[in-house]
Design a binder for this molecule. Sequence first.
Ligand code: MG
Length: 222
Amino acid sequence: MTQRVAVVERITKVNDQLAEANRARLEAAGVFGLNIMASPGAGKTTLIERTLPLLAERLRVGVIDGDLATSLDAERAAAAGALAVQINTGGACHLDANMVAQGLEQLPLGEIDLLIVENVGNLICPTGFQLGTHRNVLVSSVPEGDDKPYKYPSSFSRMDAVLLNKTDLLPVCDFDLERFRRGVRTLNEGLAFLALSCKTGEGLPAWIDWIAAQVETSRKGR
Ligand code: MG
């Protein structure tokens, strides 16, 4: 058991060092990075598709898409106007800093201001691996239920922002918005909470403003 813990610690340490290198590389190129995580079907790719045209006048965006086997999501991001790179994890349930480093190799960092990383659909594994991005965003969605912050506390507490997607389904789901919000706040008082619907567009302007504010804050900090 002790040996196993030591191995896991070593893997995490190596990953953190690679993440630091990714961060330095992004900052040298003036690129701000977002890591978007969620369960399968929460709407990560659709969120990115909706986000890209709304940012087009303000920021040039690159996307690294993590997926088990296909390039479907990167194709959608590219069709929506981003410079997109697909990373196939070969079955692994999350991206790690080394995979993102390979993605960065393929992106012209001098031509983008914002890097969006779409992690593999999984609510647990991706949240334990730093990638070198500047902010962590978790997308939850109404059909998944209002108990998710209570059931996956370590995932939610590590985030800078939680988005609740598919609010258009609130009228047909037994979802207590206040219970969800309370769960998020209890875990992490400082994080941004945004409810939105990629289908109707409700709440998307606040999300775009949040991204723009994060990028601005980071530019001023340099
Ligand atoms: Mg996707």
